[in-house]
Ligand binder design. Sequence first.
Ligand code: ADP
Length: 150
Amino acid sequence: MKRAIFPGSFDPFTIGHFSIVQRGLQLFDEIIIGIGVNQNKKTLFSTDQRLEMIRQAFANEPRVKVQVYNSLTVDFAQQVDAGYILRGLRTVADFEYERSIADANNKLTGIETVILFTEAQYAFISSTTVRDLIAYGKSIQAMLPPNVHI
Ligand code: ADP
């Protein structure tokens, strides 16, 4: 059984995240989406709201689970017995960040990070952009996964 975690803040969970998980299902038998919670970091959406939107997105996909964690990402991966960390890459800036974390995680535990490039049509979508649009009262429905309403 090949199990991966897909960790992130998901504030909110976007169609870009959704696409990475859908494509990851071709590589892994099961993906556990881990909502990383940091008490000191203020979020727009509560943990429960984020859990709910991810559950809605994958209501028909039993191979995707969602959990909240507040530990180090590699500790969470080991706790749920996942051998892989799935991440998405949009830009060169993402690359530098992802590489240093992936290296550290691999040195710590031997866990491999598997990176998928974003689909071109979603490359501009980030949780930050979605939050900014919400603040200005714009519709963000097109940036959310199908079946997710916030
Ligand atoms: P974090 O706070 O850990 O960066 P995010 O919720 O912002 O968490 O993102 C989780 C993962 O999803 C990261 O690997 C990020 O690069 C990836 N990601 C975010 N937006 C997109 C997108 N539009 N397309 C592909 N991957 C994305």
